[in-house]
Design a protein around this ligand. Structure first.
Ligand SMILES: *[C@@H]1O[C@H](CO)[C@@H](O)[C@H](O)[C@H]1NC(C)=O
Length: 494
């Protein structure tokens, strides 16, 4: 009874301080996950690209020391050795400088934090040079010892919350977040990142931790650092990795009182729709009617670093950069629609699902290089530098808080809608042309379609769209066009 009251109290305290706002700067929207990028490269990307193109935030790969694993797979970064901020992406000084430079151009940083577990048995040397002995649960660079972990057992039963939360995920040593020393170390780590100017956290493997423990930990994290331009009293934005596609014991609703969750159903559903397994007209009620968490509790994405390579959850329907036409359509829909906090994936090219980022020498991560059309090479895909994606970040900024209006569909796979009188988008996923006079909601004038081109001075490098005095325009998307989307907005008026 007493314990129950205590945990209710802890939950209430966390609710009182919970933060569901991403802390974006006014006028900016859209986050990008720069998966496995180096800190110096991200700092330059903020200044040269993300800032100028209106991005509001970026998610980085884990910042703390991880196990060095043979062949350097990407997932070694999810095997912590300590909370020292040295990884293949750079050291603490480089990370601190990156956060500062990104904040200075209006782009917020969200850190992927891994504190459900430490490294698995056998992986003993870290990227900061620390030694550990996962076999005996000894991580002296924190320090953690066997007292700080749950007894060894394997996760085998996703119908049993105790098994999911108290046992080891693929052999990863399972920290006991109910232990006060463990809580102190995690809170110190998060507060150190807040001091450095980050705006929030992606909490890895949140489903594998007890919500009541997370409530205590989140409740002890400091307010954001006002020296980096955050409002006094602002709390970190927290989005928790909770894979809930239904049919398991653990539900995302256990976590949505504490922060946002990574809404995997959004990824699954948007993939099915744009792969043609569901009709576009059904998107008319996109949101909680599809089983998603509330808009401000949903971090939404087309794909993430796990499910784009078949890891974690999400089946064959997840769209990735390997299916570019449908991927761009799904991304454009996500960015045009007001639902959720969208995150764009930015990948490196891979053929093997364990393969790590491009390197110069098998070990040091290579920097992206850029083509004249701003796209990347040198092993990096950089979906965020695809015109059809970064121009939709511009669309989202132009749409701001305007409501979804003027929904139209052809009863099948051609749809269109406006965001108030600020922006208008149309999609054609049918095997024939879209050619219709549609209500755009926009003021009369000529607009640049930001999918087929960009506004350049007073002209457009792609299609132009004439909106009449009644707000209607003749919209055409031929079935064989490179992109199945057309998008116009007030900031792309000619
Ligand atoms: C749309 O096309 C019709 C038929 O060609 C034309 O009469 C009308 O002026 C066009 N509307 C706009 C806004 O350009």
């Amino acid at each position: 009874m007493f314990l129950t009251k205590l945990s209710v109290l802890a939950t209430l305290l966390a609710l009182a301080s919970a933060q569901f706002s991403p802390n974006y700067k006014d006028g900016r929207n859209g986050m990008v996950h720069l998966f496995e990028w180096k800190w110096d490269d991200i700092a330059a990307e903020c200044e040269n690209f993300l800032g100028p193109y209106g991005f509001a935030g970026l998610q980085v790969s884990p910042v703390n020391e991880n196990a060095v694993i043979g062949g350097r797979p990407w997932w070694e970064r999810y095997q912590p050795i300590s909370y020292k901020l040295t990884t293949r992406s750079g050291n603490e000084q480089q990370f601190a400088s990156m956060v500062k430079r990104c904040n200075a151009v209006g782009v917020r940083t969200y850190v992927d934090v891994v504190f459900n577990h430490m490294s698995a048995n056998g992986n003993s040397r870290g990227t900061a040079g620390s030694q550990a002995d996962p076999g005996s649960k000894s991580f002296p660079a924190v320090p953690f010892s066997t007292l700080d972990f749950n007894p060894t057992c394997s996760i085998t039963n996703y119908n049993d919350p105790k098994n999911i939360r108290n046992c080891e995920l693929v052999g990863l040593r399972d920290l006991n977040q109910g232990n006060s020393w463990v809580r102190d170390k995690i809170v110190d780590f998060l507060n150190h990142l807040v001091d450095l100017g980050v705006a929030g956290f992606r909490v890895d493997a949140a489903k594998h931790m007890w919500p009541a423990d997370l409530a205590v930990i989140y409740g002890r994290v400091k307010n954001l650092n006002t020296a980096h331009g955050f409002n006094a009293g602002a709390k970190p934005y927290i989005f928790q990795e909770v894979i809930d596609l239904g049919g398991e014991a653990i539900s995302k609703s256990e976590y949505t009182g504490l922060g946002a969750v990574t809404e995997f159903r959004h990824s699954d559903s948007i993939g099915k729709v744009f792969r043609g397994k569901d009709q576009l007209r059904y998107l008319v009620n996109w949101g909680t009617a599809w089983g998603f968490a509330a808009s401000d509790r949903s971090l939404v994405f087309v794909d993430n670093h796990d499910n784009q390579r078949g890891h974690g959850a999400g089946g064959a329907d997840v769209l990735t950069y390997k299916v570019p036409k449908q991927y761009k359509m799904a991304s454009a829909f996500m960015l045009a629609h007001p639902f959720g906090t969208p995150r764009v994936m930015s990948s490196f090219a891979f053929s093997d699902t364990d393969q790590g980022p491009p390197t110069s020498d098998g070990s040091n991560i290579a920097s992206p290089r850029f083509n004249s059309d701003m796209s990347c090479n040198n092993g990096w895909v950089c979906e965020h530098r695809w015109r059809q994606i970064y121009n939709m970040v511009g669309f989202r900024n132009a749409a701001a808080n305007a409501q979804l209006q003027n929904w139209w569909d052809n009863g099948k796979n051609q749809i269109a809608f406006s965001r108030g009188n600020r922006a208008f988008v149309a999609f054609n996923n049918d095997g024939y042309d879209l050619s219709s006079s549609l209500q755009t909601g926009l003021p009369a004038g000529t607009y640049c379609d930001v999918i087929s081109g960009s506004k350049s001075g007073s002209s457009c490098t792609g299609k132009s769209v004439v909106v009449g005095s009644d707000g209607r325009a003749n919209i055409s998307i031929r079935q064989n066009e490179q992109d199945g989307v057309l998008a116009i907005h007030v900031n792309a008026k000619l």
